[in-house]
Design a protein around this ligand. Structure first.
Ligand code: SF4
Length: 334
């Protein structure tokens, strides 16, 4: 395994101190006002870090606040039914994250007396908490000097160093640059810098607090081709009865409990390709690297074996897929 000594330093000790100081000063002035930044409560830090994985900040804010309203403490989360947890997660996708949080909350309450483990090592023993999340919680909530590496940090590290770093090299470099006195703030500052200044395609080097220490000043961006998005077309049928939106019912199907994606969630029945006619409406939906063109048809009969008529007022209480939520919002049933 590589050690800190085996990776050549691109910055001198003095430059590293300067980088820490500049990044923290920039963060203190420019950090975004986000709801999870008002508290270092480990439950809140944990929730925000899990929600932010593979989900944009803007999409997380409302879900974060609503989730906390429903489950304000780890005890409330541990005591909740899984269906309620998934319903509160609905719209964020990657439901395995919610299931693992629920499982970890039960461990914290039942086996650890409701007390969060306070170190990265101990946090990693909990279900669903990997190296990144453990380091984020340990540094932000407990001030442990451990660095995080996510996609944003990785990009900043590589551009500043002017070389490709992979795997363990990234963690070593991140820990070498970490500010040991303010590890939580420094980790958040690196992620913030990557998210708002050192962005993938057009880094704003002129406003960057470390431009004087950066080996590339955006040059690497030119060779970082954006991952090619795949395109797919899918069709769903929207069957409603009882007309008026308040009394209406919509026919939904439940995904298999053992499905690899979104098990147990409710969605509109999918159709095979519908050629010829014009759909009721079309919308776009993206999941990771696939952009979907979603055609929604009205009144196409499907098997009723796995589905149910769901009254409009119950839609908020069941775990819907993000796409089903989007379609039902479009027709104002949600
Ligand atoms: S100078 Fe440019 S490339 Fe270097 S870290 Fe700052 S924004 Fe990124």
């Amino acid at each position: 395994m590589k050690t800190p000594q085996s990776i050549p330093n691109s910055l001198s000790d003095r430059q590293q101190r300067c980088l820490r100081k500049n990044i923290l000063a920039w963060y203190d002035l420019h950090k975004r006002d986000l709801p999870w930044r008002t508290s270092s409560d480990p439950y809140r830090v944990w929730l925000s870090e899990i929600m932010l994985q593979q989900t944009r900040v803007a999409a997380v804010i409302d879900h974060y606040q609503e989730f906390l309203r429903r489950f304000p403490t780890v005890e409330k989360l541990a005591a909740a039914r899984e269906a309620s947890v998934l319903a509160a997660w609905s719209g964020l996708g990657y439901y395995r994250r919610a299931r693992m949080m629920h499982a970890a909350a039960k461990v914290i309450v039942r086996e650890l007396g409701g007390k969060f483990p306070a170190t990265e090592k101990a946090l990693r023993e909990l279900p669903g908490i990997g190296r990144y999340t453990a380091a984020a919680i340990a540094s932000i909530a407990f001030n442990e000097p451990v660095a995080v590496v996510d996609g944003n940090v990785e990009r900043v590290l590589q551009r500043v160093a002017g070389k490709r770093l992979a795997g363990e090299e990234l963690w070593i470099e991140a820990n070498r640059l970490l500010d040991a006195k303010r590890p939580g703030d420094f980790n958040q500052a690196m992620m913030e810098l990557g998210a708002t200044v050192c962005t993938p395609r057009a880094p704003a080097c002129l406003t960057c607090p470390v431009v004087g220490l950066c080996a590339t000043r955006g040059e690497l961006a030119k060779s970082e081709k954006a991952a090619r998005q795949k395109k797919r077309e899918i069709h769903y049928t929207l069957n409603c009865r009882n007309g008026d939106v308040r009394d209406a019912e919509v026919f939904l199907v439940q995904r298999a409990k053992d499905a690899s994606l979104m098990p147990g969630m409710w969605e509109l029945p999918e159709l095979a390709n519908m050629n010829g006619d014009v759909p009721a409406f079309t919308l776009r939906h993206s999941i990771t690297i696939t952009d979907y063109t979603v055609r929604v048809w009205r009144g196409v009969a499907t098997s009723t074996e796995f589905g149910k008529w769901i009254p409009a007022e119950r839609l908020k209480k069941i775990a819907l897929t993000g796409l089903a939520r989007k379609i039902l919002r479009k027709v104002e049933m949600l």
